[in-house]
Design a protein around this ligand. Structure first.
Ligand code: NDP
Ligand code: 8X3
Length: 252
């Protein structure tokens, strides 16, 4: 049985990934900061899907907390075959000059540094076993830059650079490194970006049929079910109505 560690499973993609991986027969380590949601998902996975699962409640921005959580993983979950670096967010959608430095720090610390901390903890085991797969959740924002998104886009451009660099440095150990780069997916993402403003969050998807978290979980499934000799580098996936970050055909 393979073991996966997925960050940020309390919502959106992460939850869909956990359910998908459970259905594929993985043993799971699931993480996030919201303890109650983690416990509820853990219970569901155990009782309804018969999954071997543990949850680790911590903030990926906190390097020591990442280390402590990682070191608490029991022996039967310790050989991690798949790491999905998913925890992330956009904080704010204002022009650079109007934005809060705290928002910049939250995005860089979560999307970039959190991914680095978790990857650094997981790869020694993969190197020892000469196998493993790391899937980083990037974004269309890692490929394009749009107004009022400079730092979120920078964080996802960094994710892409790290993904490419990891692929170079880990290829000799037989470790696969992939990414998924979605466009608009309706999750709690926009609500978080607009700090709880439901009206603004809704507008992001107005006149569109956005992707949903299950669409992204299917992309993950494709990546991890290829034959051993195949590595999917990146999957770019947009709603049909979204040509790029600027041009969407909205039916309003
Ligand atoms: P959600 O807001 O629905 O989920 C984000 C998840 O990340 C939550 O489980 C949250 O858990 C976790 N998270 C956020 N900050 C931290 C932190 N500091 N420590 C630990 N966990 C954290 O958004 P999505 O599911 O949409 O986003 C998942 C990933 O996909 C992100 O990296 C995002 O940038 C990326 N993405 C999203 C797109 C979209 O349109 N939705 C498109 C392209 C990429 P908790 O709050 O409990 O800690
Ligand atoms: C989330 C998609 O277009 O809001 O990464 O940047 S977008």
């Amino acid at each position: 049985m393979k073991t996966a560690l997925v960050t940020g499973v309390t919502s959106g993609f992460g939850k869909a990934f956990a359910l998908k991986l459970a259905n594929l027969g993985y043993r799971l380590i699931i993480t996030g900061r919201r303890a109650q949601r983690l416990e509820e998902l853990c219970l569901y996975l155990r009782t309804e899907l018969n999954t071997q699962v543990i949850s680790l409640c911590f903030d990926v921005r906190d390097r020591e907390a990442c280390k402590k959580a990682f070191e608490s993983i029991p022996a039967e979950f310790a050989e991690i075959d798949l790491l999905v670096n998913n925890a992330g967010l956009a904080a704010g959608a204002l022009a650079f000059d109007e934005s809060e430095i705290d928002d910049f720090e939250q995005m860089i610390d979560t999307n970039v540094k959190g991914l680095l901390y978790m990857t650094k903890l997981v790869i020694p085991g993969m190197i020892k076993r000469q196998k493993g797969h790391i899937v980083n959740i990037s974004s269309i924002a890692g490929l394009e830059v749009y107004p009022n998104g400079s730092v979120y886009c920078a964080s996802k451009h960094a994710v892409n650079a790290i993904t490419k660099g990891l692929r170079i440095d880990l290829v000799k150990y037989g470790i696969k490194v992939s990414s998924i780069s979605p466009g608009a997916v309706e999750t709690e993402f926009s609500l978080i970006r607009y700090k709880g403003d439901e009206e603004k969050a809704k507008k992001v998807y107005a006149g569109l049929i956005p992707l949903n978290a299950d669409d992204i979980a299917e992309a993950l499934e494709f990546i991890i079910t290829r034959p051993e000799h195949v590595n999917i580098v990146d999957i770019q996936i947009n709603p049909k109505q979204q040509a790029n970050t600027y041009i969407s055909h909205r039916e309003l």
